[in-house]
Design a protein around this ligand. Structure first.
Ligand SMILES: [Mn+2]
Length: 319
């Protein structure tokens, strides 16, 4: 792995760069990429941000989002990867990256598992990759402007779960303070990214929440989202985001599940847990994920799926 000084030296000497986000971009990869693009542009380096697919609407409030491209508009000297924990996380951009040839490749990330697959690699475990980018920008001798600070703060707020995750440190808050001093508005970012919703979504959400079912003496909560309900409110699958987290907040609940019907008799299942290893539970059904957050697919009629689900969860709860 390279030191931050080495990375800064490499970046400073570039003439042009394409900055890659990971697939299904989140606030951290976008914030990192857009902030670095601004910083490098200030140094006279020609650069652009590449991202596959649609940028989720909740990020549209950032002016710079409009500058993001799906395909390169010029032949860049370097490819810089942002928050990309493994090469396949590039999605559709992986084939472009594979054709990097003699280009300089730079990997800047905060996932320890990153296999360091670029020529230059800077992987430091932090609450958000934007913390790494803020450090690099300051070492480039640049004081963040408001737009840059907003991008950085968006990454910090989203990847740290509004500063609630256990990897948040003093450095996270110091970086946030720097962003606030530069004019970034934390309440606006929080509203735009986490809270803002349509009336249809709010009513759909209320309907799902009011019908949560409880099993195993309220230790398991299951929110069921039938296709007809999504149709009724005219919302897409992204409207189910947050439902499974809401159910886990209930004090007696140890495992929460959201069962979203994607086809007749086919459910996309998300697990959240306070302690129980739901990665193991999801693996019983051919899925997986993390200890406290995992997913799998279920096939069958709703009641039969609920039976299998509650039986399996009961095997993992402490007596
Ligand atoms: Mn990240």
């Amino acid at each position: 792995m390279n030191t931050v000084e080495e990375i800064v030296r490499v970046l400073k000497n570039l003439k042009s760069a394409a900055i890659f986000t990971h697939m299904r971009p989140d606030g951290d990869t976008l914030g990192s990429a857009l902030a670095l693009r601004r910083a490098l542009s200030m140094l006279g380096i020609r650069c652009e941000v590449l991202s596959e697919g649609e940028i989720p609407a909740r990020f549209a409030f950032l002016d710079d989002v409009r500058e993001i491209r799906r395909t390169p508009s010029f032949d860049a000297e370097a490819y810089i990867l942002m928050d990309v924990s493994a090469e396949n996380r590039l999605g559709e951009l992986q084939s472009l990256f594979r054709r990097s040839g003699r280009r300089i490749t730079v990997n800047i990330d905060h996932h320890v598992s990153n296999p360091r697959f670029c020529r230059y690699n800077f992987v430091r475990e932090r609450a958000a990759n934007c913390e790494n980018i803020a450090e690099i920008i300051s070492r480039l001798g640049i004081k963040p402007d408001r737009a840059m600070a907003e991008c950085l703060l968006m990454g910090l707020v989203t990847d740290s779960g509004s500063f609630s995750h256990n990897d948040v440190t003093g450095s996270t808050f110091r970086t946030a303070a720097l962003c606030a001093d530069a004019g970034a508005d934390v309440s606006r970012i929080t509203y735009e990214v986490f809270k803002k919703q349509t009336k249809a979504r709010a009513e759909f959400y209320a309907s799902v929440i009011s019908r949560i079912r409880y099993f195993l003496s309220d230790r398991l909560a299951v929110a069921i989202v039938p296709m007809e309900l999504m149709k009724k409110y005219g919302v897409g699958q992204d409207a189910t985001e947050g439902i499974v987290d809401f159910a886990l907040d209930i004090d007696a609940v140890e495992v929460s599940v959201c069962l979203m019907e994607v086809k007749r008799g086919q459910f996309k299942c998300s697990f959240r847990s306070k302690r129980v290893n739901v990665n193991e539970i999801a693996r019983v059904f051919g899925g997986g994920g993390h200890v406290l957050a995992a997913g799998c697919m279920f096939f069958g009629e709703t009641e039969e799926v609920l039976d299998r689900l509650s039986f399996t969860v009961s095997q993992y709860l402490e007596p």
